[in-house]
Design a protein around this ligand. Structure first.
Ligand code: F7E
Length: 358
């Protein structure tokens, strides 16, 4: 093996960011290890299929011994801590577990590196989040939240992440460890889980278009989010880790859109102007406390790191809808030449004149 080849360990390898980052690091020539939880993890097959170059190590951020073992086995130059219970709604129903994984798990990762004697050799990335700001209108600066803004988390998830953020900074200050905190606003894409609102919508839009479902159940539609593309953000994460000193950086697009905007944009991609007939309200999908408005200001990352996001809101929605259309067609054996079901008045090319599929 090339002695100069860098090694990375990613916790949360089965998630959206773990997948994007593993691919990026592999392209850059890293040896990539991924921490995977539990016996017979059903997502192991997905990782082995989609990221065959990743060397999987069994472990859990709630199990310090497994972390020490993973760090000692992989001897990482860079450790990216993405492991978390990341669904805000779920965290209201499972607050204790959320604190154990999303909060205390960060401490376990930091300690594993320190106790393995790698405090000076392993750089650590902690996945902090815009949910720490809480989106209370009175507290959001006009240009959006930045690294100086006050925190006011509104969910067990946000509170647990804030603990993780501060313990990470504490290890940076106390032990001089290279610990970076990336405060990332919502980032979406083709690999996003279908439990998050953007992917839930784009998947439903594709399925409605193809006649596989009639409507989509959603919670409240007014909240605004600063939605960017996960691929852009993972590139920013890597840039933070290459900076000469560890610091905190916000990554955001500087544009906020409501869920209604997202619906309108996604339905427009299949030629539907009025999305309302396709959306039903489900009170079970509302949260005990809502984050109304999140807008981020990533000027620091742009100036200090030279980071720029490349994918804008409309492109993001286009990518996600196109991906879900192709994915649903493949899963259900629907030819791209089959006329869509919704909107009913779309004139599709006559199937008999179209070329045969291979
Ligand atoms: O909700 C509303 C919901 O779950 C967005 C995570 O990655 O980003 C994410 O957290 C909004 C909320 O993302 C449904 O009430 C309506 O206002 O897609 P979400 P999130 O809560 O913003 C941050 C930065 C993270 O760090 C998190 O880990 O959409 N909403 N109806 C719905 N949300 C969901 N999930 N499902 C619905 O049916």
């Amino acid at each position: 093996m090339d002695g100069s080849r860098r090694t990375a360990l990613i916790t949360g390898i089965t998630g959206q960011d773990g997948g994007h980052l593993a691919s990026l690091l592999h392209e850059k020539g890293y040896r990539v290890f991924g921490l995977i939880r539990g016996q017979h993890n059903p997502r192991r097959d997905d990782v082995e299929r989609d990221l065959p170059f990743v060397e999987l190590l069994e472990g859990d951020v709630t199990d310090p011994t497994s972390l020490v073992r993973a760090v000692e086995t992989s001897s990482p130059d860079e450790l990216y801590n993405f492991a978390a219970i990341s669904h805000v709604g779920y965290s209201f129903n499972h607050p204790t577990l959320t604190m154990e994984v999303t909060g205390k798990g960060v401490l376990n990762v930091l300690e594993a590196v320190r106790l393995s004697g790698r405090a000076e050799r392993t750089k650590i990335y902690q996945a902090s989040t815009s949910e720490m700001f809480g989106g209370m209108d009175y507290s959001m600066p006009g240009s959006g939240y930045n690294e100086q803004s006050q925190f006011h988390p509104r969910s067990p998830y946000g509170v647990a992440k804030l603990y993780g953020h501060w313990i990470a900074k504490n290890y940076r200050e106390s032990y001089g460890m290279f610990v970076v905190c990336g405060v990332l606003f919502n980032h979406e894409g083709e690999r996003r889980g279908t439990e998050f609102v953007t992917r839930k919508i784009t998947r439903a839009v594709a399925r409605i278009h193809l006649g596989l479902q009639d409507t989509i159940n959603l919670g409240v539609l007014w909240p605004k989010r600063d939605w960017g593309y996960a691929g852009d953000y993972v590139r920013g994460i890597w840039m933070m880790m290459q900076h000469h000193e560890p610091d905190d950086f916000v990554l955001a697009t500087g544009e906020a859109h409501s869920i209604e905007d997202f619906l309108a944009t996604a339905f427009a991609k299949i030629g539907v102007g009025d999305w309302r007939p396709y959306v039903t309200f489900d009170p079970a999908l509302t949260r005990a406390a809502e984050v109304d408005n999140l807008l981020g200001d990533s000027s620091k990352a742009e100036q200090v790191l030279g980071w720029r996001r490349e994918v804008g809101f409309d492109d993001l929605v286009t990518r996600m809808v196109a991906h879900d259309l192709a994915d649903q067609r493949l899963r259900h054996g629907i030819s791209p030449l089959t006329p869509p079901v919704v909107p009913a008045d779309v004139t599709a090319p006559p199937v008999e004149t179209a070329p045969e599929l291979p």
